[in-house]
Design a protein. Structure first.
Length: 116
């Protein structure tokens, strides 16, 4: 826990934040420089609903879905900031994927589905 009154604690926390950012940059760069890595990122963005519009009327479900999508948007922002050229390549490689098709609820990843 960070003690906001302690300069030492604040410096330590800022150092950790910078180290985490460097690690994220390294991981994303490594993934985006391989075909399999770009495919994994694309599928993850898809699973996190980055390329889908909001659906449904249930406010709790919509809030849950927006939380999932928010994580996808964070990943997308990191990818486009760190590897903009590879992002373009990734979209070209996956242009044959039909993102407009409605998702079959029975095929949803159970880790990202709410309990009904």
């Amino acid at each position: 826990m960070t003690n906001a009154a302690s300069e030492r604690s604040i410096r330590k926390r800022n150092k950790q934040i910078l180290a985490d950012r460097e690690t994220n940059t390294t991981v994303i760069t490594t993934l985006m420089h391989t075909v399999d890595g770009r495919r994994w990122i694309w599928l993850t963005l898809e699973r996190l609903a980055v390329f889908r519009a909001d659906e449904g009327l249930d406010p709790l479900r919509m809030a849950f879905d927006k939380g999932i999508r928010n994580e996808g948007l964070r990943l997308l922002a990191d990818v486009t900031r760190i590897c903009p050229n590879e992002y373009i390549r990734m979209t070209q490689e996956n242009s044959g994927v039909d993102l407009s098709a409605p998702e079959d609820p029975d095929e949803r990843d159970p880790d990202y589905s709410s309990v009904n």
